[in-house]
Design a protein around this ligand. Structure first.
Ligand code: RTP
Ligand code: MG
Length: 138
């Protein structure tokens, strides 16, 4: 059964010229790009996207970071797309958790500036796709 996931290449990935590399990894994994767009997150979209983290100590700096410049938003499709993208992204902490060979382990040092976001469940994916690509929701 096919599944969709919402991916962001965060502003650090755009600034560091890693967009091509990250998209290449997605394509090599076999996930299909359904939507791909350069966007700058409004405060409203950022708050909606990271609502689950409201109140946590890192929330204000997370909002500032995610709205700090252009990012790439994408919808990927494929079997187990949610887990498949999180596998190639690696764990949240790029040093302690991400396994070598993953995007975060290979290119990041810092838990905040960890280059990519991937939905954490099919339900989150539905919600996030509706937020970032309302024309695709449903
Ligand atoms: P994401 O939502 O961005 O895909 O990352 P994730 O599921 O691996 O991690 P999550 O717990 O959802 O955290 C969301 C993002 O918040 C930043 N963060 N900073 N300073 C910190 O301790 C901390 N913890 C999380 C990261 O940018 C993380 O990806
Ligand atoms: Mg998350």
């Amino acid at each position: 059964m096919t599944e969709r996931t919402l991916v962001l290449i965060k502003p650090d990935g755009v600034q560091r010229l890693l967009v091509g590399d990250i998209i290449s990894r997605i394509e090599r994994k076999g996930l299909t790009l359904v939507a791909l767009e350069l966007k700058t997150a409004s405060d409203e979209v950022a708050r909606g996207h990271y609502a689950e983290h409201e109140g946590k100590p890192f929330y204000p700096s997370l909002l500032e970071f995610i709205t700090s410049g252009p990012l790439v938003a994408a919808v990927l499709e494929g079997p187990r797309a949610v887990a498949a993208f999180r596998q190639i992204a690696g764990g949240t902490d790029p040093v302690d958790k991400a396994v070598p060979g993953t995007i975060r382990a290979d290119y990041a040092l810092n838990t905040q500036y960890n280059l990519v976001h991937g939905s954490d469940s099919p339900e989150s994916a539905e919600r996030e796709i509706a937020l970032w690509f309302p024309e695709l929701a449903g």
